[in-house]
Write a protein that binds this ligand. Structure first.
Ligand code: NAD
Length: 299
């Protein structure tokens, strides 16, 4: 018979992910601290639970999709947490973006109880979540990874084993640090070129067939009017919020401090996106760093 699945954290990402799981597995238990968050799943036939502990007592697999370190620790290790009642042999998958050390701590507690744990953060935003096109970066024992694959493929198009527990998170924060930096670099180069009198489309074309090329220049241009169907052509609405980019860069900086790794550009990028968050850009797509750098001061 089909396994019973639990899903905790039904926000922007969790809700569409849970819908894709429900479409395949039917027997789904859901929980979120905000009661409204579970309503759409309830209407589609999922059962609403009262706590993570209540979910864990009943299911074989749990996926969590939560905002940050504190929420993950609470949901797993808190008074009404998953680890208070989880069944032996269950598989727990955390898809939140958090510190790799948080994943390791939760995994250690789970393992001591005979429970499997994987960190499996995602790339791809809410559209990819809705379409089941996410990429999962998975950390955990190689013998546990295959157990998660079928379930993860109901939500994603790529499922990659990155190494032991914490490796999914490590992969995610390194990639996003590079993305944050390259978006700023693309925005700077474009701003300078435009002020030197260049046509932005001509400059972008040369960059994209030359050595300055990167994802930010090639498929996600931050300069309005140079590309269709990207946030910059829609007043930086949708996409990947500056607030979330700042969060991921903060995780990278914590990890860099802990490992005494020099990340000067990662550190600058973190500061810049934090300043944007404090300047009204929090909910705009992170490519709005171009707008932030070129904005006119109101005097
Ligand atoms: P969100 O804030 O929209 O959703 C989080 C949900 O968790 C909310 O519904 C909230 O009520 C719930 N929650 C918080 N504390 C809880 C608790 N103690 N118990 C139960 N539920 C609780 O966030 P999101 O955009 O869905 O992102 C989730 C995670 O995915 C984050 O770690 C984020 O960094 C990561 N992520 C987001 C995107 C994106 O584009 N939004 C892309 C990739 C990764």
């Amino acid at each position: 018979s089909s396994p019973k699945i639990g899903f905790i954290g039904l926000g922007n990402m969790g809700r569409p992910m849970a819908q894709n799981v429900l479409a395949k597995y039917h027997d789904l238990l859901v929980y979120d601290v905000h009661h409204e968050a579970v309503e759409s799943l309830n209407e589609l036939g999922a059962t609403v639970s009262q706590s993570p502990k209540d979910v864990a007592a009943q299911v074989d697999y749990i996926i969590t999709m939560l905002p940050n370190n504190a929420c993950v620790l609470e949901v797993y290790q808190g008074e009404n947490g998953i680890l208070k009642s989880v069944k032996k042999g269950a598989l727990l998958i955390d898809s939140s973006t958090v510190d790799p050390d948080v994943s390791k701590a939760v995994a250690a507690t789970a393992e001591a109880q005979g429970v499997m744990f994987l960190d499996a953060p995602v790339s791809g935003g809410v559209n990819a979540a809705r379409l089941g096109q996410l990429t999962f970066m998975v950390g955990g024992p190689s013998e546990v990874f295959p157990v998660a694959q079928d379930l993860l493929f109901t939500m994603g198009a790529r499922v990659v084993h990155c190494g032991p527990v914490g490796s999914g998170q490590a992969t995610k924060i390194c990639n996003n640090m590079l993305l944050g930096i390259s978006m700023i670099g693309t925005s700077e180069a474009m701003t300078l070129g435009i002020r030197l009198g260049l046509d932005p489309k001509v400059l972008m074309n040369i960059v994209n067939s030359s050595s300055g090329r990167c994802w930010s220049s090639e498929v996600y241009s931050p300069v309005p009017g140079t590309m269709n169907n990207v946030p910059s052509s829609n007043d930086y609405k949708g996409g990947f919020g500056t607030k979330l980019m700042a969060k991921d860069l903060g995780l990278a900086q914590e990890a860099a401090a802990r490992t005494t790794t020099p990340t000067p550009l990662g550190s600058l990028a973190y500061e810049l996106y934090c300043t944007m968050v404090d300047s009204g850009f929090a909910d705009k797509d992170f490519s709005s760093v171009y707008q932030f750098l070129t904005r006119k001061k109101v005097t």
